[in-house]
Design a protein around this ligand. Structure first.
Ligand SMILES: C[S@@+](CC[C@H](N)C(=O)[O-])C[C@H]1O[C@@H](n2cnc3c(N)ncnc32)[C@H](O)[C@@H]1O
Length: 170
């Protein structure tokens, strides 16, 4: 990503990733209804590095708000680390805006999202692996990789570019 690119971090929680991205030179906006404000420890790190605090939007990122939040933040990239219930919305919103994204899914919430089916087999999405496959099947060019940390390190991502059309079933 170019220096000073804008990053929208959805479901950023306390802001550890937003802090790291801001310290790395990116212009970051964090979205999370439960964010309690930039902590004193984070503020000290930012001040020491001469960086302004990252932006915060305390809202749910969902079908009724995502397009507005994306339009206001004008990001070059959308990221989400273990974004719980809004995992699919992050991918959908990034695709709708033709933006590159990187999403690291965690919980599946198979009862809440009982309508999810794998396009390949029609199976219900019940496992973490199936969730990653379901998300990756949403658009041509979506990739998967495994990051270097413990827990749930699978990332589903798209590099953006001209061709980001939604995959169509036969
Ligand atoms: C497991 S925590 C992960 C927090 C952070 N990304 C991390 O890795 O430390 C899940 C976060 O998702 C947020 N979240 C859940 N649903 C959300 C939604 N619809 N919009 C924005 N954030 C949401 C919660 O508030 C919570 O902070």
């Amino acid at each position: 990503m170019p220096p000073a690119a804008r990053v929208l971090e959805v479901a950023g929680g306390k802001g550890d990733l937003s802090l790291a991205l801001t310290l790395a030179g990116y212009d970051v906006t964090l979205v999370d209804p439960q964010h309690k404000g930039i902590s004193g420890r984070h503020r000290k790190r930012l001040k020491k590095a001469g960086r302004a605090p990252f932006g915060v939007v305390r809202e749910f990122f969902d079908a009724s708000s995502s397009a507005r939040i994306v339009a206001a933040a004008r990001p070059d990239l959308v990221v989400a680390l273990h974004p719980d219930e809004c995992t699919e919305e992050v991918v959908d919103a990034a695709l709708a805006a033709s933006l590159p994204f990187a999403v690291v899914p965690c919980c599946v919430f198979s009862r809440l999202f009982a309508g999810r089916r794998l396009p390949s087999t029609g199976e219900r999405v019940r496992t973490h692996g199936q969730l990653c496959e379901f998300l990756a099947a949403k658009a041509v060019g979506t990739e998967r990789a495994v990051l270097g940390f413990a827990g749930k390190p699978d990332v589903v991502f798209h590099r953006g570019g001209a061709v980001m059309c939604t995959a169509i079933d036969d």
